[in-house]
Unconditional design. Structure first.
Length: 217
């Protein structure tokens, strides 16, 4: 049962790599950004509360985020392993996750840290388009869909995320440095971080990560 976390700043390729890992190892993919975007589209109470933070490039408060993840992790599809993508992003979230897992005699086995030059992040963010229905991720020049604006996988419309602008990216990177970097240090102390050069293509990144994961139970 694999229990994994993917970390890295906005545009590092967390979602793309998560897709590849979950398909290969049949893990539940728990992507907090996707979950919030679904809540926003559904105009749920959580979505309404989260929207103002997300549109400003800020993190959603811990209480809301932790409660959402804990509920998701109690679902049946998590019993064979899961991949947390975009969570934890604060020390408080990391500690809440560790405590919840420890209560079940479990822990996170590996934190995959995607490292990318900030210049590359800007180009990736500006060209990124996502599917409104299945969360597939494209890049207008690097990995374009076959038909412009349409998802190859499900035929739904592709959109640019409201927070994928240069201005919002600057706020998100600052939040990453100040608030999320301590999570990396927390997992480094536990000796479970693997650093991956994620400026390469998705296939090259996958080659590097696959070897590390194959060795886990
Ligand atoms: P992402 O799709 O992972 O880039 O997340 C998009 C946005 O959702 C982030 O910029 C935050 O505003 C919010 N978000 C996602 N995950 C978290 C989290 N673990 N804690 C707080 N806010 C989050």
């Amino acid at each position: 049962m694999k229990r994994l976390v993917i970390m890295g700043p906005a545009g590092a390729g967390k979602g793309t790599l998560a897709d590849m890992i979950k398909n290969e190892f049949r893990l539940a993919h728990i992507a907090t950004g996707n979950m919030f975007r679904t809540e926003i589209a559904e105009k749920s109470d959580l979505g309404v509360a989260a929207k103002e933070y997300i549109d400003g490039g800020k993190l959603v408060p811990d209480e809301l985020t932790i409660a959402m993840v804990m509920k998701r992790m109690s679902k049946d599809d998590c019993v064979n392993g899961y991949l947390l993508d975009g969570f934890p992003r604060t020390l408080k979230q990391a500690e809440a996750l560790s405590a919840a897992l420890a209560a079940k005699g479990e822990d996170i086995q590996m934190a995959i840290n995607l490292c990318v030059d900030p210049e590359v992040l800007g180009k990736r963010i500006e060209g990124r388009r996502i599917c409104t229905s299945c969360d597939a991720i494209y890049h207008m020049t690097n990995t374009p869909p076959q038909e412009e604006g349409i998802c190859d996988r499900c035929g739904s419309r592709l959109v640019q995320r409201s927070d994928d602008t240069r201005e919002q990216l600057a706020v998100r990177l600052k939040e990453y440095e100040e608030v999320t970097k301590p999570v990396l240090a927390y997992y480094q102390k536990l000796g479970i971080v693997i650093d991956i050069d994620a400026s390469a293509t998705p296939d090259e990144v996958w080659q590097e990560v696959e070897g590390h994961l194959a060795g886990l139970e």
